[in-house]
Design a protein around this ligand. Structure first.
Ligand code: 5GP
Ligand code: MG
Ligand code: MG
Length: 170
């Protein structure tokens, strides 16, 4: 166990409050990255009572292992309409930054007006692209974590907490 359920839920109150302040009066489209951001998205957005559209896109970079492949693949045939809109981009974790970097590029190509990034977790490692998200839940060490949306080979996403995967489970 790294971050327990109650601690996550409390932190979401704080994140939601900041987001609410920043997006006051701005029509908002939320773009969440599947599947890792699923639980985070559901718990965070119910705390942000403003008009919003919720969109999800699927990207892959891990291919099931514990090391990123470095190449980000967009799995949807079409992307949500972000032209001229304020986007809140949600992901589970900021690791190398490759994923958010690629998605931000894509959303910019599609005419997004403003993009703010929000992640539940950020790994405390040096990064060239995307040093930090605009909203961060927790900074963690350089460990492979699962739970609260994050998987190892498709498992553990439904855990209500974030834990470090034991070597014996790999
Ligand atoms: P990045 O592109 O920033 O290197 O990695 C982002 C994606 O890699 C995340 O959306 C997540 O899917 C995956 N990822 C990175 N670190 C971890 C981790 O510790 N555990 C799990 N389960 N996925 C991770
Ligand atoms: Mg992901
Ligand atoms: Mg994964």
């Amino acid at each position: 166990m790294l971050i327990d359920e109650a601690v996550i839920q409390k932190r979401l109150d704080v994140l939601a409050e900041k987001i609410l302040e920043d997006f006051q009066g701005k029509p908002l489209v939320v773009v969440a990255l599947l599947k890792g951001a699923l639980l985070f998205m559901a718990d965070l957005l119910r705390r942000i009572p403003v008009p919003m559209e919720i969109e999800c896109i699927s990207v892959a970079s891990y291919h099931g292992g514990t090391e990123t492949s470095g190449k980000v693949e967009f799995l949807d045939r079409t992307l949500p309409d972000v032209d001229g809109r304020n986007v809140l981009l949600l992901d589970d974790i900021l690791d190398t930054g490759g994923t958010l970097h690629a998605v931000i590029d894509k959303l910019n190509e599609h005419g997004a007006k403003e993009i703010k990034t929000c992640v539940l977790l950020t790994k405390d490692i040096p990064r060239e692209r995307i040093r930090e998200a605009d909203y961060t839940g927790f900074v963690i060490g350089d460990e492979f974590v699962v739970g609260y949306g994050l998987d190892y080979q498709g498992r553990y996403r439904n855990l209500p907490y974030v834990g470090i995967l034991k070597d014996s489970a790999i």
